[in-house]
Design a protein around this ligand. Structure first.
Ligand SMILES: [Zn+2]
Length: 448
């Protein structure tokens, strides 16, 4: 913090959407003051006060709101975006994605893919995310450099993973190394990511639970994504996926469950009493033909629900603005009821409820004095955003994501007037294109 200025960053907000207590009513012509990493003032703008700022942003015709939260993603998969799209699911996954991952995924792939994803996330106004992939350390290094907040996680499965060759398959050891590396990091936390109940045997899930308990870490896992997964679980284990996770003690570790599309009626209570949460990934569920998660039912049971994009191979972008729009509309279609999910509900999922789902609600998710300065300014000077009758509706149903003009995370400016401050965009595009060339060559020569 500078001693010479009263504020590190001062923002005059034309529209200020705080999401405090879930409110989506914007305040007009307000001032927001940042010192260090925190918000230290929110008050009506007063032009007469002689204040000094290290940085001043006049967010004229802009909506200032909390940075968005992407609760489930696989960042390095940006390098696989658009590959074998619309192939039958089994071919897409087992004939293209997994073989290519097996050949190409290494720390450099993860670094380049995460750089591209961090760039994309910042441009779409995402300031926090939950990341699940391989070589989490390389991913964490990029997120540290990018200035973003969130979780990186240690992948686990009962079969060999692309990282095992370099890191070994002693997941407990690798996790502790990761934990030590990022201990006390101001923005990044480390979690465990057993991939899914169908890819992890009881032994792997028990090990994840044991480590999580010992280190007070969160567990992130895909659950009940497809109907087939539930059917197979009943056949192989005599119980549904959520019930199996409950019996093994996984849910009770504050598990963050991605998808939950095919949850059974009697499983909601298991999540509720375990303190587990769910991440809704509407676009991925639609694109992979998985189904529609019963989100209103989760909400009725008081289970925290956040929004996610999933990886870009199944979305195909990292826009939480898109996820809000599609997520609300999909529920309206599913229930033949246009009130099944409303704009305020999804906006909360992308902010304060998403923060609850990740256990970060004391720090982020709403703009309040004492909370972290994670916020974005959405430029409203576009034909598709005018005129403004209802700002919340505009942000959910009309905003695409590229209108985000300024991004601040942890009190640091990551994007100013559309210019990214921490990264060289063209250098990242160049590296991504080089991976594209190598992947295409391998597909042409049938070496994957
Ligand atoms: Zn996923």
């Amino acid at each position: 913090m500078s001693q010479d200025f009263q504020w590190d960053i001062g923002i005059r907000c034309d529209y200020l959407m705080t999401l405090k207590a879930g409110s989506v009513t914007p305040l007009r012509d307000y001032f927001l003051g940042i010192r260090g990493s925190k918000i230290e003032a929110i008050k009506p703008w007063n032009p007469d006060v002689n204040q000094s700022y290290k940085e001043f942003i006049h967010a004229k015709n802009q909506a200032v709101m909390p940075g968005l939260i992407n609760g489930h993603t696989h960042l390095p998969m940006t390098l696989l975006r658009g590959l074998a799209d619309d192939e039958p699911f089994h071919d897409w996954l087992f004939k293209t994605i997994i073989p290519i991952e097996g050949k190409f995924v290494d720390p450099d792939f993860v670094r380049v893919g995460t750089e591209l994803a961090a760039l994309e996330s910042i441009r779409f106004g995402v300031t926090s995310l939950f990341e699940m992939y391989f070589y989490a350390e390389a991913c964490g290094e990029v997120l540290d450099q990018a200035g973003l907040r969130g979780y990186i996680s240690q992948a686990m499965a009962s079969f060999p993973l692309p990282e095992d060759e370099k890191l070994g398959n002693d997941k407990e050891k690798v996790f502790y190394q990761l934990l030590e590396r990022f201990e006390n990091h101001p923005r990044l936390k480390v979690a465990l990511a057993p991939h899914a109940p169908y890819s992890c045997d009881d032994e792997t899930l028990t090990l994840a639970t044991k480590i999580a308990e010992k280190t007070q870490s969160r567990i992130h896992i895909h659950v009940s994504e497809t109907a087939q997964e539930v059917k197979d679980s009943q056949k192989n284990y005599g119980k549904t996926p959520f019930k199996r996770l409950y019996d093994l003690g996984v849910l009770q570790r504050g598990a963050i469950c991605a998808h939950g599309v095919h949850i059974q009626k009697d499983e909601f209570e298991l999540l509720k009493k375990s303190g587990a949460s769910v991440i809704y990934n509407p676009e991925s569920n639609m694109k992979l033909g998985s189904g529609i998660a019963p989100i209103p039912e989760y909400l009725r049971h008081g289970i925290p629900v956040g929004l996610g994009t999933d990886g870009t191979a199944s979305n195909n972008d990292l826009s939480i603005f898109d996820a809000m729009d599609v997520g609300a509309k999909l529920q309206k279609v599913a229930h033949s009821d246009n009130t099944a999910m409303t704009a305020p509900q999804v906006l909360r999922m992308a902010t304060i409820e998403g923060a609850k789902a990740l256990g970060l609600e004391k720090e982020i998710g709403s703009l309040e004095v004492g909370k972290k300065a994670d916020l974005i300014c959405v430029d409203l000077e576009y034909p598709h955003l005018q005129p403004i009758h209802d700002l919340c509706s505009q942000l959910v149903y009309a905003t695409k994501g590229t209108e985000v003009r300024n991004v601040i995370c942890d009190g640091k400016i990551l994007m100013r007037d559309h210019a990214i401050t921490h990264f060289d965009q063209s250098a990242i595009f160049e590296k991504a294109r080089s991976y594209r060339d190598r992947i295409q060559e391998a597909l042409r020569n049938k070496t994957v």
